[in-house]
Design a protein around this ligand. Structure first.
Ligand code: GTP
Ligand code: MG
Length: 364
């Protein structure tokens, strides 16, 4: 499966590319992951998952193949982007293509930051971008509504339902706080699945902080207070330091990180949180050749999950031997699990759970 895409979005010069570089360089340290040749502003980044490391150890796997996230570095959006300022429309339409959004907000001092416009103010900045996203969405909704309203006059039931869904969405997007973006998105997807609205994409805010800002704790607190009712998670990262760390070998990186007082694994947390935005679950395979994480949509059956590995697996599916992660860890091996009775036999209609470790049996 080609990885789903997460767009890095924000005002100009907030450190989007710095974060992108840090993410993709740190990714390159991992031994192997499915590689895709893609545009230079797109990188496939492995998702570190301690479960996978454990499974590989137990199965004595020769290699580890983690799940991946595809990050796309999108150009900065300026105020007025929704009216076409600064190539705004093109960048906004780039965001339509992604499955989720990492919104980078400046939390570091810039040059001579005596002027008001340069003062660090994450809430102002976040609202500025969100306003542009909403204006763009409202424009698209408005255009679609006037088209569908005309069609609805001669009134198929489908058309009328679509108008209602679009109107409800328009109302939500115009309100001060969209309290549950995911449920608005779900409702819209049912009746107008072709509409891709920017503000409804699963979103994570990354506050790009600086080691030297005096009010960084205050800024972060204010941003979190803002984000809470909007239902958007916030992570703090020092992208500049992380980008430098990603270039060092691990020993030097550890020393430097300590010196700079950066939190361990802050990049890993960004990747994991980005992966979580995509709403996927993960099942695993573990054998001597490789241990591998397989991200799938929730609700897939065993035979459909087998089809993710190879279409022949789905066609020739016979059965699956399934064990849940903790049972596998405590058994220590498949034979031991078989003996303990924790490795179960499941048929094609078994619904795969996050954390299942699976051995597929199939005919080719
Ligand atoms: N002090 C500090 N400077 C940073 C940080 N992140 C980025 N910068 C600096 O901010 C400037 C812009 O960084 P970029 O990563 O190019 O920002 P961008 O958001 O990709 O910019 P555009 O693509 O032009 O919108 C560069 O000079 C970076 O070195 C940070 O965490 N701290
Ligand atoms: Mg950039």
């Amino acid at each position: 499966m080609s990885s789903l895409g997460v767009g890095i979005v924000g005002l100009p010069n907030t450190g989007k590319t710095t974060l992108f570089n840090a993410l993709s360089r740190s990714g390159a340290l991992v031994a192997s992951y499915p590689y895709a040749t893609i545009e230079p502003n797109e990188r496939v980044v492995p998702v570190s998952d301690p479960r996978l490391t454990e499974f590989a150890r137990l199965a004595e796997s020769a290699r580890i193949v983690p799940a991946t996230v595809r990050f796309i570095d999108i150009a900065g959006l300026a105020e007025g982007a929704s009216r076409g300022e600064g190539l705004g429309n093109r960048f906004l339409s780039n965001i339509r293509q992604v499955d989720a959004v990492v919104h980078v907000v400046r939390g570091f001092k810039r040059g001579d930051s005596s002027s008001q416009a340069e003062a660090i103010d994450p809430v102002r900045d976040v609202e500025l971008i969100e306003t542009e996203l909403r204006l763009y969405d409202l424009e698209i909704l408005g255009r679609e509504l006037s088209k569908v309203r005309r069609l609805a006059k001669s009134g198929t039931k489908e058309c009328i339902e679509r108008v209602k869904a679009l109107e409800r969405t328009e109302e939500e997007i115009s309100s001060d706080v969209i309290s549950d973006r995911a449920s608005v998105a779900r409702e819209l997807a049912l009746l107008a699945p072709d509409m891709s609205l920017l503000i409804l994409k699963p979103t994570l805010i990354v506050l790009n902080v600086d080691e030297s800002s005096d009010d960084s704790a205050t800024n972060e607190r204010k941003l979190r207070e803002w984000a809470e009712p909007h239902g958007v998670p916030v992570l703090s990262v020092n992208s500049l330091v992380e980008a430098e760390l990603a270039e060092l070998d691990p020993e030097d990186a550890e020393l430097f990180a300590e010196e700079m007082g950066v939190e361990e694994e802050s990049l890993d947390r960004v990747v994991r949180a980005s992966f979580e935005l995509l709403g996927l679950i993960t099942f695993f395979t573990a054998g001597p050749e490789e241990s591998r994480a397989w991200p799938i949509r929730a609700g897939l059956t065993a035979s459909q999950a087998a089809g993710k590995i190879h279409s022949d697996f789905e066609r020739g599916f016979i059965k699956a031997e399934v064990i849940h992660q903790d049972d596998f860890l405590s058994a220590g091996s498949f034979p031991a699990a078989r003996e303990a009775g924790t490795l179960r036999l499941e048929g094609r209609d078994y619904v795969v759970l996050d954390g299942d470790v699976i051995i597929f049996k199939f005919n080719t």
